[in-house]
Design a protein around this ligand. Structure first.
Ligand code: ATP
Length: 473
């Protein structure tokens, strides 16, 4: 081992009692006995020390690693573009627990987390760097197991409300009942409808989606029920409608709240009698379809306002499922971020590692009015600007970047304002569960209760999706 680069070879290090054996040897024994990989490099990034755990994790013997450039030994996902050791050597700043992947000697990708620090000689001159790394293979396996629990078909969520939904979905899917899915735009209504279809007895049949809000009334009618030749001026040929296309399967009527009163009557008849007539035809056709309807408006409200027929509402609303907006399930944000980053990496052949802590902070604070679709689009946008490594705030869409700038006024806040804000955000993240919030904040439950009362936070529950006003006390 290179004496100059030996991490504890410095005889002036007062933290080390004299072991009675030469310091480098003693250090080597210690470093070889720990389970984390440790290696050091000189100023040219050539490996100068390689402990036993490093040999085990990389499957490369120390004598092969010593003297070689560390990028040849590690073949890590970040070696070319975002080498953490180089970052530390250039800036002097250590990196702690950065997850990366390396290729071991058998070409297996090994997930590890790395930490780095500078190595200095006794005159304070930088002589190289040290990197410790932890094998995350088991952690990664556990993470995937947990992810399985947080996944239902294509729907990802760890939020308690969604977990409850996951528990009842198989039964709902198996029944033939009409389902009404309510939720803001982009909350996953169509994904949920597809999942219900794929779990149903009709899964071998078609899944057909119609956006009722996207078409004018006359077009929508012919789109749904089809028409015969000559039914209207442009109807040169007969055309099957979506009910016919969905025969034996599921018909997803998105934005059902936008259907006109006249068409509501026709829909009611299909739902009640399971028959319909294509436009211009007097022949009734049987509709063997299961209906899943969705709306981002509150249908019961539309009934009260006289916009939506009550009888149709009761027909559609046999089973009602509600998808909470993303702002009410912020704990899903990191999970969804990871999911979309994995997906775009696969689709675009990239190796983006994740969101930088600053970018994640932006994501956690944003209210996501466009919900999961907006989050997906934000990541897709970042993939265009970020070539490799970590997604930084600069890679995010302009409206999110503005919010980063918006954080700056924190500098003018009093400690109390910051505490109030931090407690409110933690409560939001934990669905106002006090035990979990207290745990996250590292304070006991009674202290949390006192602070909630003191800052008047009770009045803000449940979330109106807005940050509390920053009144000065
Ligand atoms: N829980 C989820 N897990 C993973 N991806 C999701 C989830 N929910 C939604 N998505 C993704 O978000 C995007 C929007 O979802 P979807 O189209 O189902 O929303 P929607 O509520 O039907 O929107 P709209 O009301 O505008 O039609 C899709 O790309 C979908 O794959």
């Amino acid at each position: 081992m290179n004496k100059a680069a030996c991490p504890t070879g410095n005889p002036e290090d007062k933290r080390i009692a004299d072991p009675g054996v030469p310091a480098p040897e003693w250090t080597r024994t210690i470093l070889d006995s720990i389970t984390d990989g440790v290696f050091t490099v000189d100023a040219d990034f050539r490996v100068t020390f390689f402990n036993r755990a490093a040999e085990r994790i990389t499957e490369i013997p120390a004598e092969e690693a010593l003297g070689r450039p560390c990028c040849e030994v590690f073949r890590a996902s970040v070696c070319e573009t975002a080498c953490v050791l180089r970052h530390t050597m250039e800036t002097g700043r250590p990196v702690v627990d950065r997850p990366v992947a390396i290729l071991n000697a058998s070409n297996r990708e090994v997930p590890i987390s790395v930490s780095t620090a500078l190595l200095k000689d006794k005159h304070g001159r930088t002589v190289g760097g040290v990197e410790t790394f932890r094998d995350l293979t088991v952690v990664e396996k556990l993470r995937q197991e947990i992810h399985k629990r947080y996944r239902f078909g294509d729907i990802l969520s760890k939020a308690p409300a969604m977990q409850k939904l996951f528990a009842i979905l198989p039964e709902i899917a198996q029944s033939e009942s009409t389902v009404l899915i309510q939720g803001e735009s982009g909350t996953g209504k169509e994904v949920l409808a597809r999942t219900l279809h794929s779990l149903s007895r009709r899964s071998k049949g078609p899944f057909v989606a119609v956006n009722c809000g996207a078409l004018p009334d006359t077009l929508l009618e012919s789109e749904l029920f089809g028409h015969v030749a000559g039914a209207f001026t442009d109807a040169k040929k007969s055309r099957a409608g979506r009910f016919a296309m969905a025969q034996g399967g599921t018909l997803f009527l998105d934005e059902i709240g936008d259907v006109s009163p006249a068409l509501q009557v026709r829909l009611l008849r299909v739902l009640e009698e399971k028959v319909y007539e294509p436009l211009g035809s007097s022949r009734s056709l049987k509709a063997d379809v299961r209906i899943i309807a969705a709306s981002n408006k509150d249908l019961s409200q539309l009934v009260e306002e006289g916009i939506f027929r009550k009888d149709l509402y009761y027909r559609v609303n046999v089973v009602k499922l509600w998808l909470p907006p993303l702002a009410q399930r912020r704990e899903d944000i990191p999970l969804l971020v990871e999911h979309f980053i994995d997906r775009f990496n696969r689709l675009q052949g990239k190796k983006i590692l994740g969101l930088s802590p600053e970018a994640l902070q932006v994501f956690m604070r944003h209210d996501w009015p466009g919900n999961i679709r907006e989050l997906e689009n934000a990541i897709e946008h970042a993939f265009i600007l970020c070539r490799n490594g970590w997604i930084l705030p600069d890679h995010l869409p302009e409206h999110l970047q503005k919010e980063v700038r918006g954080f700056q006024p924190l500098q003018g806040w009093t400690l109390q304002e910051i505490e109030k804000r931090a407690i409110w955000e933690a409560l939001e993240r934990n669905n106002w569960k006090r035990m979990a919030t207290a745990r996250e904040l590292g304070i006991d439950k009674n202290t949390l209760r006192r602070k909630i009362r003191r800052y008047g936070l009770e009045a803000l529950q449940p979330s109106g999706n807005t940050m509390p006003p920053l009144e000065r006390d």
